[in-house]
Design a protein. Sequence first.
Length: 342
Amino acid sequence: MPELPRVILSGFSDEAANEKTAVQQFAAFAALGLQYYSLRFIDVGAGVKNVMKLTLPEIQKVRHLQDEYGLNVSSIGSPIGKVKLCDVDDGTKNVYVPFKKYLAEDVKKACDLAHTFEAKLIRGFSFYPPKRSNPSDHLPQVVDQLGQIAEACHRADLTYGLELEANLVGHTGQILAEIFRQVNHPGMVLIFDAANVLCQGYSPAELYQQYLAMKPGLGWMHIKDYCRPVGDDQVAEKTAGQVNEDSLKNFVPADIGQGSHEAILRDFSQILPAVERKLRRRGIPGVFLDLEPHLKGGGQFGGFSGPDGMGVALRALTRVLDYVRIDYHLRDFADIQAERGF
């Protein structure tokens, strides 16, 4: 039989931990059979911190613990690009940082962290436009700034993954695809996230068109699904362009939501070998599917599923992958034997 296309399973490990401690995160992921995780929020003894805020001793402790649990970092789950594009008071709490300073300090820090954790990918975003402005009006500035970020990552032998998300300039697949086309840089790929489309009020049919628009630039996916009941008023009208992320609910596993994961992954399987070859040329081990299920809640800078929710989300994803005939790996007895030197 022909070899099936293959993905690497990963996830935001902070979603699996009740208190976000490193031991809770790593124990949950090891028990689920995962060998990769995306590093975002973690507590190694001094309170919960974003990865960008970790001190050198904390970084060393995380590395030691992840080795104990047989884990590797798939991506740095940075908040790069989740700052204001313009220095204007638009009534939001989003901060503004002058871009030269941002590039020299924050982006460099993310690159340094990726090297420290031996990861090749940095997750990031496309900046907040002034509230109630037309995001497309800001494309030239976004393209310029993201081009510089992509170049900084490229020079560091890293790849910047640009995620689709509400309220940012790149809040739709079509706009993100246009950003990708104009930036035109090997140091940047796109990250698709079905729930981040649906929660803005788009239909499953519109969601699929956004996936197709992003398809030429895809580097990996976040697996998160959504099922919005008729009449749900938690989401702004998509024409208004603003979503209260902290009030979002109705996240569900990938096999029961409105995110068309079966159709999307079936289509994606056709280009998986080509995407994998492209990524491997950049030193990336393969195409990641990163679980970020938010089954117990989500917000602007993260979400929570608990160890039980992460298990439910993983089993749902593997059911979809089995159905659409995409291969994946989970730890088995042979892996345990190898760790013991057998």
